[in-house]
Ligand binder design. Structure first.
Ligand SMILES: NC(=O)c1ccc[n+]([C@@H]2O[C@H](COP(=O)([O-])OP(=O)(O)OC[C@H]3O[C@@H](n4cnc5c(N)ncnc54)[C@H](O)[C@@H]3O)[C@@H](O)[C@H]2O)c1
Length: 386
């Protein structure tokens, strides 16, 4: 195989961007050969804008097309694991959009299938793992400089969405259409990074608010607390109704403190590295209010540069190029598909805790989650806010 031949399932807002980039040849190891969408208007768009591409209405037809080696699944979330599973069974490599799905049971079953098909590459579009600042944070943590993590806090309240966003209708902002609100739609990247950098917690307690300042049934204001096997703790705060909101990640470890903060024009990382680990310092120190010597390491990216060059264009292409090289040459995946379940587990656990008012231990009770989700869908149908 000289180039990976891609088929894209779902060419709406996200899928059509992947299609345009592949069709323009932005990945030299890839070629777009097919697209599929159930909406006539999207197929019409494909006819008018994409060259030499087969256009399908039914994704099963695309999956049986011999000119497709790999598929990108860019439909609404409930279908991600369903289509991804069928694609693997049809012998196609799979790059799925985030989130991995809506409930972990379906995603775990997909992972089990992918495990049995090691010859097929399975990835997920966690493009923010290629943001230079989160990559740097990962490097610092993996190098051991950070020492054991004590605390991870993320305030991500700059996902502003007005009523007009929710009023556009369709699948967005509903339990039935997408399985939730800010946690399942806007936050999957941050939830992935929260666990990529901080690890998976052992328990979680969530305060889930739905319809805050908006006429919607899903969550748009959420705070959860996490606890880890080593005794560390975390806080995750998100909303879609604050303006301008905050995007600040803080990680405290035995070796120092790392902050990544995004403002309107800049995005910066500051790592204050302790010259001696706090635990070692504390074991010898006799002073009551001492200072531990430290050094600051800084890294900055312009928001504009990050969004345009590295971000919205580059980040997705980074994942796509890496995926093509994984198919062609066995390059290590930046975002393996099987890791998609981790961020989803966090949002499922948060919903479950919010609905039941109880702390949730991991591993998650998947059946209970599905049962509670079905109740939220039912409440939504009855037109009372879930
Ligand atoms: N990685 C990212 O940064 C990023 C950004 C935006 C969206 N997304 C994800 O991409 C997915 C799609 O989001 P969007 O904003 O493009 O939504 P969208 O509604 O604009 O597009 C979805 C498309 O899928 C089509 N579709 C639905 N069911 C289908 C089926 N069974 N077969 C074929 N086509 C089908 C729809 O007709 C529509 O055109 C979501 O899961 C979303 O979370 C990811």
């Amino acid at each position: 195989m000289e180039k990976v031949r891609y088929g894209i399932i779902g060419i709406g807002k996200m899928g059509h961007r992947h299609a345009e980039k592949l069709n323009k040849g932005l990945d030299k190891n890839a070629v777009l050969t097919a697209v599929c969408d159930i909406a006539e208007e999207r197929r019409e768009w494909a006819k008018n804008n994409l060259k030499d591409v087969k256009i399908f209405t039914d994704y099963k037809e695309l999956l049986s097309c011999a000119e497709v080696d790999a598929v990108i699944v860019a439909t609404p979330h409930y279908d991600h694991p369903v289509i991804a599973k069928e694609a693997l069974l049809a012998g196609k490599h799979v790059l799925t959009e985030k989130p991995a799905g809506v409930f972990t049971k379906a995603v775990r079953e997909l992972n089990e299938l992918a495990e049995k098909k090691p010859e097929l590459v399975f990835g997920i579009m966690y493009n923010q793992r290629t943001n230079p600042l989160y990559k740097k944070a990962k490097e610092i943590i993996e190098s051991g400089e950070m020492g054991s993590i004590k605390r991870i806090n993320w305030i991500i309240t700059n996902w502003y969405r007005p009523q007009a966003y929710y009023d556009q209708g369709g699948w967005r902002g509903t339990w039935a259409g997408e399985g939730g609100g800010v946690l399942i739609n806007q936050c999957p990247h941050q939830l992935d990074l929260f666990q990529w950098l901080g690890g998976m917690p052992v328990k979680l307690k969530c305060y889930l608010k739905t319809g805050v300042n908006r006429d919607i049934s899903v969550d748009n204001d959420v705070t959860f607390y996490t606890e880890y096997a080593n005794g560390a703790s975390g806080i995750f705060v998100t909303s879609t109704h604050d303006y301008p909101g905050t995007n600040r990640l803080e990680i405290d470890g035995d070796g120092g403190k790392l902050v990544i903060e995004q403002n309107l024009l800049t995005e910066k990382l500051v790592f204050e590295r302790l010259k001696i680990k706090e635990s070692e310092f504390n074991a010898k120190n006799k002073k009551f209010m001492p200072r531990i010597p430290s050094k600051k390491i800084r890294k900055k990216t312009g928001m504009f540069k990050n969004a345009v060059i590295l971000g919205l264009v580059g980040q997705h292409m980074n994942i796509l190029r890496n995926f093509s090289l994984a198919v062609l040459k066995g390059e290590k995946l930046i975002a393996p598909g099987r890791e998609g379940i981790n961020g989803l587990t966090l949002s499922n656990a948060a919903y479950l805790s919010g609905w039941t008012g109880k702390e949730v231990s991991l591993p998650l009770d998947e059946e209970l989650f599905i049962y509670e989700l079905s109740k939220a869908v039912e409440r939504e149908k009855q037109n009372t806010h879930a």
